[in-house]
Design a protein around this ligand. Sequence first.
Ligand code: RB5
Length: 147
Amino acid sequence: MHIAIGADQGGFELKEKIVEYLAAHDHKVLDLGIHELKSVDYPDIAKSVARSVADGEAERGIIVCATGLGVSMAANKVRGIRAALCTDCYMARMAREHNDAQVLCLGGRVIGFGPALEIVGVFLTSEAQGGRHARRVRKIDALDERE
Ligand code: RB5
């Protein structure tokens, strides 16, 4: 799968672990930075990842900041993007099955590397269930159209 990924300074270390994990699982990774530990503004990173998914350059996105909160708020502002902050595997599975989230947000200072990689694995292997969930997802997307 083609996956866009990005992180700020709060998520940099975890992002590097996830990039290694994705490469080891034969995913194609578009690493939108940061590429070294430096201070950046997380909305800029979130926008780059969310845009690459919204534009169809990547099928899924993963964004990491210290808590996952800021990047999820920012990514959800990009039209058509459903970004989910997940702290466990149940949330990751439901984010895909019920919410059809295309972007996973993680907090690098909230969870350890092991649990985070399991969450990534579940997010990438779970599928949207459709049916009544698809109707609800369409209602989320319709909120983008409001005045
Ligand atoms: C940066 O220190 C921190 O604010 C950021 O990584 C993120 O957690 C914001 O929500």
